[in-house]
Design a protein around this ligand. Structure first.
Ligand code: GDP
Length: 589
C-alpha cells in the first residue's frame, strides 16, 4: 500500500500536482517530457497520467479521485412523467474471451460472421427482450470510444457486463473494463464464460477479480458484484445473466422522461451512397419519430426514415432504444448529443449555439492517461507501428502497402490493420483510436466530419500524393517510437580538498580541477574509493569568492551541490562533471 493518499479531481494542472506533491514544477514537466508529453504548468492532465508520473518518480503516493458527481443520463432532473426505461448494457472484456459470441448468443444473431477482419469496427447497439422487458446492448469497439463519450459529459452505460473466460482468467483488458465501469459509475455484472470447457476454473477467476477489488456476491467472497457462469457456445446461463442484469437495473431504478422533446446520443454515423448520412442514435428521453427535426452537433435532420437495429422500420423510438435514421444534412460525430427541436429555424439556432460551445471546449488542451499509456506501451511492447491505409485506386493501394512492408526492420514492424480503396471513414478513425494507429491516405480527400472526429479522438491522419513522401513520413513515425538514447557528455573531474557546509539539501565544498572544466548547472557524480556514491547537481561555481562561469584544469574553486536526498561529500572524493541529454534516434534508411 502507498504511504500517502492524495485526493485530487479527475484532472489537475501540472502546477497543482507539483504543489500537492511538494515538488518543483520543472521536475514534473521533465518527467512528462521524458514520456513524450510536452506539457506546460497550466496544462491539465488526468488522474491516470498523474499516477503514472508519480510512480515513475518512485514517490510512495496513491492518487485518488475526489468523489465528483458524474454527469449521467439519469442524473438529469427528471419530470413527473418519468417512467422506467430499459437498462443500457455494455459488453466488455479481454479479446477472445467471448464478447461477440455472448452478444450473439443473447441476440441469436450471427454477429461474429459480420465482423470485418475479426475487429468490431463500430459501436453497435442492439435490443433484446426478456419476458416483457427490454435490454439495450452495446457492442464496443474499444474503451477509448467510450472515454470519448464521457469527455462529452455523457455517460451512456448503466451496466457493464465484464466477460472473463473461465479458462483464461483476468487479463489486461479485463482490468481496463473494470476501470471503465468504475469511472463511468456503471454497475458491474461478471459473465464467467466458456464454462463448457474442461479447463474452466470459475473459482480462480473470482479470486483474480478479488485482487482488483471486484468481489463476488456469493458466500465465499461476500461482495456485491453478481457473477454468472455462462457458456456462449451452449447457451447455458445466458437467461440467468439477463435476469441478473434486470435485477441490477431494478435496484438502480432507471428512469427516463417521456413527455419531452426526444434527445440522446449519436453512436454511429457514416455516409451511404443514395442515402446520404446514415446515423445511429440511442434515444435517452422522449420519443423519436420520423418527421421530427433533430439537431446533433453542428448539423441537423428532418428524420426521413427510422429503423431498428435489425433494419426494420421503427415508428417510435423510446428511451434506451437504438435507432438508425436518415435525413441529416451532414454526418454528425460519434458522441454528439442530439435533441429534437420544433422546426428548421430552431434547428439552425441550436447549431449556432453548439458551435460556440465546441469552440470553447477546444480551447483547452488536455492530456489523458490513455495518451500516456499509449506512448508508454509504444516504448515497452515489441515495437509495432499500426497503420490504416486508404487509397484512390487498387493499384496505388497495392504499391503503398507493398512498400510499407519493406520498412520493417529488427526493432520495428509496420502492421497494416486495415486497407482499402475509398475515402477515410469515421469507422477508420474509430479503429485507429482503439488501436493506436495512424491513418494514411493516398490521393484522396478528407471529409470534414471525419477530420473533426479525428481531431477530437487525437487520431493522426496523413494524406499524401507522392508515395516516397508517404514512406518518409512512416519512417519518421517509426523513429519517434524508438525510445530516445540517453547521451552523457563528460566535462571534467575535481578532487575535493575541503567541505565547508552541509545542509539538508546542499553541500558547499571546494577542490582542485584535475581534468577538463567545471561549470554551473550540470550534473555531478560523486566517486569515493572507486565507487559512485551519489549524483547531484552543481548549482554554483566560485573562484576566489566570485561566481564563475568556468573553472579549468589546475585551478581551485568552490562549489554548491544540491540533491533531493541528503548528500555527504568527504575530502578526497572525486567529482565527475557531466551533462545528460535525451537524443532522438534515427533509422538507417
Ligand atoms: P471476443 O474477442 O471477446 O469478441 O471473442 P469471440 O466471441 O470472438 O470468441 C473468441 C473465441 O472463443 C471464438 O473462437 C469462440 O468460438 C470461442 N468462444 C466464445 N465463447 C465460448 C464458450 O462459451 N465456449 C467455448 N468453448 N468457446 C467459446
Amino acid at each position: 500500500m502507498a504511504e500517502k493518499v492524495l485526493q485530487v479531481a479527475e484532472t489537475i494542472t501540472v502546477g497543482e500536482l507539483a504543489d500537492s506533491l511538494q515538488l518543483p514544477v520543472t521536475k514534473l514537466v521533465g518527467e512528462l517530457f521524458k514520456n513524450g508529453i510536452a506539457a506546460t504548468v497550466n496544462q491539465r492532465i488526468d488522474i491516470e497520467t498523474a499516477q503514472i508520473i508519480v510512480d515513475e518518480l518512485e514517490l510512495d503516493v496513491q492518487l485518488e479521485q475526489k468523489e465528483a458527481p458524474i454527469e449521467q443520463a439519469t442524473a438529469r432532473a427528471l419530470g413527473d412523467s418519468a417512467t422506467e426505461r430499459p437498462p443500457i448494457v455494455a459488453v466488455m472484456g479481454h479479446v477472445d474471451h467471448g464478447k461477440t459470441s455472448l452478444l450473439d448468443a443473447i441476440l441469436d444473431l450471427k454477429v461474429v460472421s459480420g465482423e470485418a477482419g475479426g475487429i468490431t469496427q463500430h459501436i453497435s447497439a442492439y435490443q433484446t427482450v426478456r419476458g416483457d422487458r427490454s435490454i439495450t446492448l452495446l457492442d464496443t469497439p474499444g474503451h477509448e470510444a467510450f472515454s470519448a463519450l464521457r469527455q462529452h459529459g455523457a455517460t451512456l452505460t448503466d451496466v457493464v457486463i465484464i466477460v472473463v473466460a473461465a479458462d483464461d482468467g483476468v487479463k489486461p483488458q479485463t482490468i481496463e473494463a473494470i476501470k471503465f465501469a468504475r469511472s463511468a459509475n456503471a454497475k458491474m455484472v461478471v459473465a464467467i464464460n466458456k464454462m463448457d470447457k474442461e479447463t474452466a476454473n470459475p473459482g480462480l477467476v473470482k479470486g483474480q477479480l478479488a485482487e482488483h477489488k471486484v468481489l463476488a456476491d456469493d458466500k465465499t467472497w461476500g461482495g456485491d458484484v453478481p457473477m454468472v457462469e455462462v457458456s456462449a457456445k451452449t447457451g447455458d446461463g445466458i437467461d440467468t445473466l439477463l435476469d441478473t442484469v434486470l435485477l441490477v437495473a431494478d435496484i438502480e431504478e432507471l428512469k427516463a422522461d417521456v413527455d419531452v422533446p426526444s434527445e440522446g446520443l449519436v453512436i454511429e454515423s457514416h455516409m451511404e451512397v443514395g442515402k446520404g448520412p446514415v446515423v445511429s442514435v440511442l434515444v435517452q428521453h422522449g420519443e423519436l419519430r420520423p418527421g421530427q427535426f433533430i439537431v446533433a452537433g453542428k448539423t441537423y435532420a428532418k428524420v426521413r426514415t427510422q429503423t431498428d437495429y435489425a433494419g426494420k422500420p421503427l415508428a417510435i423510438a423510446g428511451s434506451s432504444t437504438p435507432a438508425t435514421v436518415t435525413g441529416f444534412k451532414e454526418v454528425p460525430s460519434f458522441g454528439d448529443h442530439f435533441v429534437a427541436v420544433k422546426n428548421e429555424k430552431a434547428a439552425r439556432a441550436q447549431i449556432a449555439k453548439n458551435r460556440a460551445s465546441t469552440e470553447r471546449d477546444q480551447a483547452q488542451t488536455n492530456v489523458t492517461g490513455s495518451d500516456l499509456l499509449r506512448m508508454m506501451n509504444k516504448k515497452a511492447e515489441s515495437q509495432e507501428v499500426n497503420v490504416i491505409v486508404k487509397a484512390d485506386v487498387q493499384g496505388s493501394l497495392t504499391s503503398v502497402t507493398d512498400s510499407l512492408k519493406l520498412l520493417d526492420n529488427d526493432e520495428l514492424t509496420v502492421r497494416i490493420l486495415s486497407s482499402g480503396v475509398g475515402s477515410i471513414s469515421e469507422n477508420d478513425v474509430r479503429l485507429a483510436a482503439g488501436s493506436n494507429a495512424v491513418i494514411y491516405g493516398f490521393n484522396i480527400a478528407l471529409p470534414p466530419a471525419v477530420k473533426r472526429l479525428a481531431a477530437r479522438d487525437k487520431v493522426s491522419i496523413r494524406i499524401f500524393k507522392v508515395i516516397y513522401e508517404l514512406l518518409d513520413d512512416v519512417r519518421t513515425v517509426m523513429e519517434d517510437m524508438l525510445s530516445p538514447e540517453v547521451v552523457e557528455t563528460d566535462l571534467g573531474e575535481l578532487k575535493v580538498l575541503g567541505v565547508f557546509r552541509t545542509t539538508k539539501s546542499a553541500v558547499i565544498c571546494g577542490g582542485e580541477v584535475l581534468r577538463g572544466k567545471v561549470v554551473p548547472n550540470v550534473l555531478v557524480r560523486v566517486e569515493r574509493g572507486g565507487e559512485t556514491v551519489a549524483e547531484a547537481e552543481v548549482t554554483k561555481v566560485q573562484r576566489q569568492q566570485q561566481e564563475a562561469k568556468e573553472v579549468f584544469e589546475g585551478e581551485q574553486c568552490g562549489l554548491e551541490l544540491k540533491t533531493k536526498t541528503k548528500l555527504t561529500i568527504e575530502e578526497n572524493d572525486r567529482l565527475h562533471f557531466f551533462t545528460r541529454e535525451l537524443k532522438k534516434r534515427t533509422l538507417s534508411a
